[in-house]
Design a protein. Structure first.
Length: 218
């Protein structure tokens, strides 16, 4: 049995449907944010006629208000299940922690409350979801997030790229900083993320490109 993690798809459900069709029936499929969860895209999802469960976490290009109040795994569209921040699951032999959310570098071209939401940002309240009695939960085998940790971004991406979005080179990505903190609190397990639209392997961290599928034996 495999866990198949899929990078950003932004509402282009065809590539995901192909991955689902080619997967073994007992494989578990999780899309890791920027799924394209918007009310106007639901009909496109129906058209894919996906006949098995697909799970997802939220990115920074999903309809956050419709997701952020959900506290347990819930079916949102037919055979599509949302995994809330702070969820820890035992999948096969692997204990896996999930935390969606990310900061938008393109927020200046979007409208707050319409297609960009302050709740997208990962912060202290999300970190606390992984604490029990004030202490970190037991180290998971894998942490799945949408935002990469800030340390990875700074080592692998040119800060000057922020300028195309009207941001200064020293703009602080609060979500990435929070994920870095969470990663450290959990003991730096293997981590798989999306968000950057580029495939990167760095130490025990991996960033998935758009539409990229990455399989793990569980």
């Amino acid at each position: 049995m495999k866990l198949i993690l899929v990078g950003d798809i932004h509402g282009f459900f065809g590539p995901l449907a192909k991955i689902v069709a080619e997967a073994a029936w007992d494989d578990i499929i999780v899309q890791i944010g920027d799924f394209g969860f918007w009310p106007e895209f639901e009909a496109w999802w129906w058209q894919q006629k996906i006949d098995r469960p697909v799970h997802f976490i939220e990115g920074n290009h999903d309809c956050i208000p419709d997701l952020i109040k959900i506290t347990k795994i819930q079916e949102t569209w037919p055979n599509l299940y949302y995994i809330p921040r702070g969820t820890v699951l035992q999948l096969g032999s692997k204990r896996i922690a999930f935390c969606g959310g990310a900061s938008s570098v393109d927020f200046k071209s979007r409208t707050l409350g319409k297609d960009w939401f302050a709740e997208e940002v990962v912060g202290q309240k999300d970190i606390e979801l992984f604490l029990a009695g004030g202490e970190p939960i037991a180290k998971p085998d894998l942490l799945v997030t949408h935002s990469p940790p800030l340390s990875l971004i700074r080592q692998n991406f040119d800060r000057a790229g922020l300028r195309q979005f009207g941001l200064d080179d020293d703009w602080l990505d609060y979500s990435a900083a929070a994920i870095d903190t969470l990663w450290a609190i959990l003991g730096h397990p293997d981590i798989i993320t999306g968000h950057m639209h580029k495939s990167v392997q760095w130490n025990n961290a991996r960033v998935l490109d758009i539409y990229e599928a990455y399989s793990i034996e569980i």
